[in-house]
Design a protein around this ligand. Structure first.
Ligand code: ATP
Length: 474
């Protein structure tokens, strides 16, 4: 016996639900027209209020002439439009920055919201799998806001409940191509909300000359270039260790030399010492005079220099023990930056096992114990494979310049960095367009920052050496 249900049995109906023995056609209850009309009007009213709330300026720009035209005729409406437009027209020519801030980027953001993001939102979300189509309804993430900067669109979205950041990070290529940009970066705005960055152009496309040598001595953070958002790229070296990885010609030299350049006044003042290990004899030998006796090239000399650094560090740690827990650079206890170009030559590729062990042990000691007593290591390497650099995790801050393979990005910057938009394998191999560009992951933030270092040319280095020698002879 079947329980009596409303509606009549429809044996012949085809159902997509498996294992359904009996199908009932649902009873049809006719909704009075007044309910349908009321709901429709309510939704229309809510939509208008939402539109005015979200885009008051755009609504006013369209509504005021329309109302004036109805009340006083089209001539008055035309005057009401023409007068403010002719008053505003010269603004961008006189003060482009303020025009962009108050009008330009807002108008562009509105246009891109309507024309790019809203228009393609549903299809991109469904095709990429970020939206769901369930029982005839689309469940889509919501666009909360679009803002424009000089180089990118910043789209704030509300995820569907239950989605994770990884769901979005896994689909950055779908999002980028779906909305007509070359890349997309995902950052968490707050719980349930993400900020998607879609670059419209590359603000780092033209090389940056070497930055001026600072006026005042400082141990950093050292300004070495520009970030994508136009802010200075300040690299912290005191109180951390920095690993710079990049394929050959990626511009590792520009990071190393920009840092030394920024520290030069402090070196002159005796607050900083740069100890240089240059196994390739190409990069640091150029400015050898800046390092004095603290320069080594052969593996044996490098091992000696590193061990000398370790003993100075340990002597300092003995003196500091129980008295101070952090380091302030002084002439007696300067900050020591140990710069190692192509560290893999000294570790993984070193054929002399004894030297290899000595160098690896000294590097590990410096990176594990040096921070608090004023010792920092900046190491560069070409090949970030695990076996090549097993002290890699001892470097809190990492920079990935152009890399050959996508898997290398996470090896350098840590898990998930490439998914969050650190596309170091996409950086152009053409030096003018890509050298010195990298993604930085700081100990304090999971989100990689894209930046370009200033290019310190050979003549800049020569000038630095000459300037340094002149100061020393005074
Ligand atoms: N910041 C930069 N901006 C523009 N061009 C740069 C920059 N840095 C380097 N270059 C260009 O790229 C070339 C290679 O740079 P560099 O020698 O520093 O790379 P590298 O990563 O050290 O390579 P290798 O590992 O082979 O020594 C330079 O000769 C220069 O022409």
């Amino acid at each position: 016996m079947f329980k009596k249900l409303p509606g009549d049995e429809a044996r012949t109906l085809v159902t997509t639900t498996p294992d359904t023995a009996v199908v009932f056609r649902p009873a049809v209850v006719r909704t009075p027209a007044i309910f349908t009309v009321t709901i429709f009007l309510w939704r229309l009213l809510a939509g208008i209020v939402r539109l005015i709330w979200r885009h008051p300026v755009a609504v006013a720009v369209l509504a005021v002439p329309a109302v004036l035209s109805i009340l006083y005729g089209w001539r008055i409406a035309l005057v009401a439009v023409a007068v403010p437009v002719s008053l505003l027209a010269p603004w961008p020519f006189f003060d482009r920055a303020s025009f962009d801030r108050w009008m330009g980027w807002r108008l562009l953001a509105w246009w891109r919201l309507v024309w790019i993001y809203r228009r393609h939102w549903q299809s991109v979300m469904i095709v990429s799998g970020l939206g769901r189509h369930l029982q005839g309804r689309d469940y889509l993430p919501h666009i909360i806001r679009v803002t424009c900067t000089s180089w990118a669109d910043l789209v704030t979205v509300k995820m569907i409940s239950g989605q994770s950041v990884k769901d979005w990070a896994d689909r950055i290529e779908h999002l980028a191509h779906g909305f007509g940009t070359t890349s997309c970066r995902v950052t968490v705005a707050r719980s349930g909300r993400l900020l998607l960055t879609f670059p419209r152009r590359d603000p780092l496309a033209t090389p940056l000359p070497a930055l001026p040598i600072p006026e005042t001595p400082s141990v950093g953070p050292v300004e070495i270039g520009r970030c994508e958002d136009g802010t200075p790229w300040r690299l912290k070296v005191h109180g951390t260790h920095v690993l710079v990885a990049g394929a050959t010609g990626a511009g590792k030299g520009s990071i190393i030399w920009s840092t030394i350049r920024g520290l030069l006044p402090a070196v002159r003042a005796g607050l900083v010492q740069v100890w240089a290990l240059d196994p390739k004899r190409m990069e640091l030998s150029f400015g050898r005079d800046l390092f004095g006796t603290r320069y080594a090239a052969s593996p044996a000399d490098c091992a000696d220099l590193l061990e000398a650094a370790v003993s100075v560090m340990q002597e300092r740690a003995d003196r500091f023990a129980g008295l101070q827990r952090s380091h302030t650079p002084t002439v007696d206890d300067p900050f020591v930056l140990v710069v190692v170009d192509e560290v893999a030559f000294l570790t993984a590729y070193q054929s002399d096992k004894g030297l290899k062990l000595r160098i690896s042990a000294a590097l590990a000691t410096l990176t594990t114990q040096g921070r608090a007593v004023g010792f920092g290591v900046m190491a560069a390497l070409q090949d970030p494979r695990k076996e090549v650099m097993n002290v890699r995790n001892l470097f809190p801050d990492k920079i990935a310049l152009r890399l050959d393979e996508s898997e290398q990005v996470d090896m350098v910057l840590g898990d998930g960095a490439r998914d969050r938009g650190a596309l170091a394998d996409h950086i152009s191999p053409v030096p003018e367009r890509g050298a010195g560009i990298g993604y930085v992951r700081l100990e304090t933030s999971p989100d990689p920052i894209r930046a370009r270092a200033g290019y310190v040319s050979d003549s800049d280095i020569r000038a630095m050496v000459a300037d340094f020698a002149e100061e020393a002879n005074k």
